[in-house]
Design a protein around this ligand. Structure first.
Ligand SMILES: [Zn+2]
Length: 436
């Protein structure tokens, strides 16, 4: 069925970066027309469903390329700690007490937060209840890449079980819901995955044609320990182990040098830049301008709410732009366009998603509407929208969300998940865990 949405200013993010007042038409989840101006009465008579955009901005839905939904209930549980202390004293001990129900409730919370702040696609790396999370993704109608996070520091039998779980998740859900859900392999990090385990991951990836997502070089200490243990830096190590033979997306890449950036560019490895999590954990600042100059595809991610502490990619874009200008003492090292692409088209490439990330004929109708009728977005015209999207829009300005043509949020009301119940589950979790 054709659906037409009119009276919007369209931020296409296509090759020409066109922005214009117009209307869009979609059918079976894909745009069939992106047109300047207003539809004629003849055109309107032909389509069964018409939506009035009421002067809002229409842009591609945002893509969050790295997160851990299941730990969302740990938001605010441990501030001001370095990564390893935080993992060992807050994250891992708490996660050991999580039931499957807790993980599902936490993931639901993350999903409604993402929908309400303009994210239409996300990647989740988590180690508990991934099949249940897959079912939740289908219900939410979001686009997602799920990966069963695997810590390889374990007896061989346990390693095999984790790999089997990843592969069965792939067989059961890869391509589900008209390809909205896809599955990748996720060894947690080189410091938690010995080389023999990473080699098994590479074999599994090759056998099943799966791509690989992993944390890499997040802290200086982790890289130093890696060099003293293996005699080489992590990027070369992963290259030698064959991890880059398949498509690979690394999260963080904070402590990587020029030579490593060169390798990532040559091997076409994508990087998920998570500036707020890196700042909060005091990990450092990734050399993003160098990566972009060298041709590395840089996407944007939030990491979990335990280290961010929110999933608002608009806020993440603003940080991503500002920190690099500040540390380089040079406002030209990032542009608003390049930052916006990190959260859209680059994200699609990083997550191996075709026809996602811009508003173009033949692309999937994954988009959001933003209400510009607020003081912090005034004055505006077509020339200023990109700047406003990076520096002034807040996630809460997003009013409507569509994925593959299906509406997930209408005037800030979520249509696919029960927001009221999800919020009350979150409060109850804290009440119950305090009692315990
Ligand atoms: Zn992470």
């Amino acid at each position: 069925m054709y659906i037409l949405l009119h009276s919007v200013t369209i931020v296409t993010l296509n090759k020409e970066n066109e922005i214009f007042q117009g209307y869009v038409v979609w059918k079976d989840g894909k745009f069939t027309d992106i047109v300047k101006g207003d539809p004629t009465s003849n055109e309107l008579a032909k389509v069964p469903e018409i939506i009035n955009g009421n002067g809002k901005w229409l842009m591609p839905g945002l893509i969050n390329s790295h997160g851990h939904l299941g730990s969302s209930f740990l938001r605010g549980a441990g501030d001001d700690l370095p990564l390893m202390t935080w993992l060992e004293t807050i994250m891992w001990p708490n996660e050991r007490t999580f039931t499957e129900e807790t993980v599902i409730q936490a993931a639901s919370l993350a999903m409604i937060e993402m929908i309400k702040t303009g994210t239409t696609t996300f990647l989740d790396m988590y180690h508990l209840a991934m099949d249940k999370i897959a079912e939740l993704v289908l219900q939410s109608e979001l686009r997602a890449v799920l990966c069963r996070g695997m810590i390889g520091l374990a007896p061989e039998k346990e390693q095999e079980e984790k790999l089997e779980e990843s592969v069965s998740l792939f067989h059961n859900y890869h391509g589900a819901n008209n390809n909205k859900l896809t599955i990748a392999l996720a060894p947690h990090a080189p410091y938690t995955c010995p080389p023999e385990f990473l080699q098994k991951v590479v074999k599994t990836a090759g056998r099943n044609n799966m791509w690989i997502h992993t944390h890499l070089s997040e802290t200086r200490g982790e890289v130093e320990r890696h060099v003293s243990q293996y005699g080489m830096r992590p990027v070369e190590h992963l290259q030698n182990l064959g991890l880059f033979q398949q498509h690979c997306l690394i999260a963080h890449g904070v402590h990587i040098n020029e030579k490593e950036v060169q390798i990532l560019a040559e091997e076409r490895v994508s990087v998920s830049h998570n500036p707020m999590s890196n700042l909060k954990l005091g990990s450092g600042i990734a050399p993003v301008p160098m990566m972009e100059k060298t041709g590395v595809n840089v996407a944007l991610g939030t990491d979990s709410t335990a280290s961010n502490n929110n999933l608002d990619l608009f806020e993440e874009m603003r940080f991503a732009s500002l920190i690099h200008k500040g540390v380089h003492e040079d406002p030209t090292v990032t542009t608003s366009e390049s930052i916006l692409k990190m959260a859209t088209t680059n994200g699609a490439k990083a997550l191996q998603l075709d026809h996602v990330g811009c508003i173009e004929k033949g692309y999937f109708a994954d988009f959001i509407l933003i209400d510009p009728n607020v003081p912090h977005l005034h004055p505006w015209n077509e020339e200023r929208i990109i700047s406003h999207l990076v520096y002034s829009v807040k996630g809460s300005d997003v009013t409507d969300s569509f994925v593959q043509g299906k509406q997930l949020m209408k005037n800030r009301e979520i249509l696919t998940l029960d927001e009221e119940k999800i919020l009350s589950d979150a409060i109850n979790f804290l009440k119950t865990s305090q009692k315990g």
